[in-house]
Design a protein around this ligand. Structure first.
Ligand SMILES: C[S@@+](CC[C@H](N)C(=O)[O-])C[C@H]1O[C@@H](n2cnc3c(N)ncnc32)[C@H](O)[C@@H]1O
Length: 239
């Protein structure tokens, strides 16, 4: 489905509390330091228009929610939603979530990771851009403690099956359990903006949650200097 450019948020809205730039954050990054109140932190990878972040932070005041969004326009839109809610337990980072997870986050620092409708990158030569790669899933296992949860929802069956197989191959997760969609009586009842689009179009969605087991992680945090030039906090887009 084609994507329209995001709306510009009200320029009078102060986004400085809710919008963070990946390039300005320290490495390693303790995510607890981004919130005024201590609580388990859950990360959403690719927050888009921010429906999940804004509903989750309202429904679960006992948790802190951190989004990472590579497109600047969407990150700002998301921050505007959080600013309007005056959310104390949600922040959005403008930047590459794969860099954040691989190079910045310390071991076992998150209670959950949410990946909803990641871009499928259909063309073979673009496949390496998929967020749910072998390396990302190994690091997802590294930053989640035992019993931490990884949620994966997508409308692309092949991507879903591939990522479940890659997660299984890490040896760090239990078997995927199917998650159920909520009844949607209202536009905002959907889990994410893409979930709404997909369900309203009558297309299927694959949903799973995987629980981190207690095996030791299979990788270490990748020092930023070890990355190839094309990979780093500066690769965020201004879209
Ligand atoms: C198909 S959209 C889904 C958005 C939202 N999760 C939803 O379900 O409505 C994928 C989003 O992931 C973002 N994205 C893609 N690669 C990313 C990355 N490496 N880091 C952070 N965000 C990324 C895109 O900019 C886009 O907003």
């Amino acid at each position: 489905m084609p994507r329209r450019p995001p709306k510009k948020p009200d320029p009078a809205l102060d986004l400085s509390t809710h919008l963070l730039a990946l390039a300005d954050l320290p490495t390693p990054l303790d995510p607890d330091t981004l919130f005024p109140r201590a609580a388990p932190v859950e990360l959403e990878v690719g927050s888009g228009k921010g429906l999940f972040l804004s509903t989750a932070c309202t429904a679960r005041p006992d948790r802190n929610f951190l989004g990472a969004e590579i497109a600047g326009g969407y990150a700002r839109l998301c921050a505007a939603k959080l600013a309007r809610l005056q959310a104390v337990n949600a922040r959005i980072i403008h930047g590459d979530a794969t860099y954040l997870v691989r190079s910045m986050l310390p071991d076992a620092c998150l209670a959950g990771i949410h990946v909803y409708f990641p871009d499928p990158w259909w063309k073979a030569r673009h496949r390496k851009r998929r967020v749910l790669s072998e390396i990302f899933l190994q690091h997802a296992g590294r930053v989640l403690p035992a019993a931490g949860q990884l949620h994966v929802w997508t409308d692309v069956e092949e991507y879903f099956n591939e990522s479940m197989e890659l997660a299984r191959a890490t040896g760090l997760f239990g078997a995927p359990r199917e998650e159920q969609p909520s009844a949607a009586e209202h536009d905002l009842d959907y889990h994410t903006h893409f979930e709404r689009r997909t369900r309203l179009a009558g297309a299927p969605v694959w949903r799973a949650v995987l629980e981190r087991n207690d095996r030791a992680a299979v990788c270490e945090r990748v020092e930023p200097s070890a990355h190839p030039d094309s990979f780093g906090p500066g690769s965020a887009s201004e879209k």
